[in-house]
Design a protein around this ligand. Structure first.
Ligand code: KG4
Ligand code: ZN
Length: 329
């Protein structure tokens, strides 16, 4: 069964053709990143306008790269939320209209659940349910208990900034550009994590809070006016280590509470090599298994949307034409 996936929750317009939930025929991603860079973050209005400009071409290109015709598509899976309202609206309206025109079903998919689904794509290891899922992206930091593709319980979330957002903001404070994640990761390699930063304590142990560490970095930078490249690298490394340690501590606690031996990590921040290294190190002497998607499938894409859409469709899920985007989780 060929599924067309459409993703437009943030600044990437993406489309893909995937067969039977896992065989990727095409994966096209157009990003409006360069238009946001000068502002140091995603501007929702610009993102939604860029989706409007590009969605036709992106979907066309996904079909032609897959060498399939529209008439071969049996289902359209589209990101319904969470994300930016204006951005979601473009993808969702496009998918619903296309489904109506072609007389094929259109199914709304949760973006965060789709990030976790990425681990089932191109993965040689056999991952079975249940597992704890950590989604670390520019918009979310969430812990889930996953019993099946359609049984996903939210067990922890950020109370303020998302993890990727904290990377982006710390890079901005250090005057390093956007997006901050890859820049902080590169710079950290040259630094030593010698500065004591801390993540705020949360009332619920599985929740996260990253705004405190961002503010701590800001005050540190203000106090140490003579900051050179070496000190910036030390700040980046100290920040990165603290954030990763917090993610590890809470994820392992979630596994303990839920009595599961498997941990899946998805979302843009999961590209980070130091994060992958530290998580793998943390579980080395335990009987816990940690699983990451391919790096190219960690960032926003439509393959994960098509894949999860297929699984949900097989379970009998349907989306009505009156479906609306849900911006917040
Ligand atoms: O999942 P994603 O593509 O979009 C959202 O759904 O938000 O994630 C984008 C986020 C950005 O905040 C970016 O700075 C972060 O992922 N990111 C990284 C790295 N590469 C991207 N964070 C840390 N280390 C990286 N190497
Ligand atoms: Zn995402």
């Amino acid at each position: 069964m060929l599924v067309l996936g459409i993703e437009s929750s943030c600044d990437e317009t993406a489309a893909s053709v995937v067969r039977d939930g896992s065989l990727t025929y095409s994966n096209v991603v157009a990003s409006s990143l360069e238009f946001h860079q000068r502002y140091g973050g995603v501007i929702p209005e610009i993102a939604s306008r860029m989706h409007l400009d590009t969605i036709n071409y992106v979907v066309d290109s996904a079909l032609s790269k897959a060498k399939v015709k529209l008439k071969d598509i049996r289902l359209i899976a589209v990101t319904e939320g969470p994300g930016l309202a204006g951005s979601l609206l473009v993808g969702l309206c496009f998918a619903k209209s296309m489904g109506l025109g072609l007389d094929i079903p259109c199914l709304g998919v949760n973006h965060l659940h789709a990030h976790l689904y990425s681990v089932f794509l191109n993965n040689k290891k056999n991952i079975c349910f249940p597992f704890v899922g950590l989604v670390v992206s520019g918009g979310h930091t969430s812990l889930f208990y996953v019993k099946d593709f359609d049984q996903i319980e939210l067990i922890g979330a950020t109370l303020d900034d998302a993890c990727g957002e904290a990377f982006d903001k710390v890079a901005k404070i250090l005057g390093l550009g956007y997006p901050g994640g890859p820049i902080i990761e590169r710079l950290s390699k040259k630094g030593k994590p010698r500065i004591k930063f801390g993540c705020s304590v949360t009332n619920k142990p599985l929740d996260f809070s990253f705004s405190g560490i961002k503010t701590a970095v800001m005050y540190y930078v203000q106090r140490h006016i003579a900051r050179d490249a070496v000190e910036k690298a030390d700040i980046a490394a100290s920040f990165q280590e603290t954030v990763i340690d917090t993610l590890i501590k809470k994820s392992l606690l979630a596994c303990k509470i839920k009595k599961t031996k498997k941990l899946v990590i998805g979302g843009g921040v999961a590209v980070n090599n130091r994060l992958r290294e530290k998580f793998s190190e943390a579980v080395r002497y335990s009987n816990l298994g940690v699983y990451f998607p391919d790096k190219k499938l960690c960032m926003d894409n439509a393959v994960m949307v098509a894949g999860l859409g297929y699984r949900l469709f097989r379970k009998g899920y349907k989306t009505n034409l009156d479906a609306t985007p849900y911006p917040a989780y």
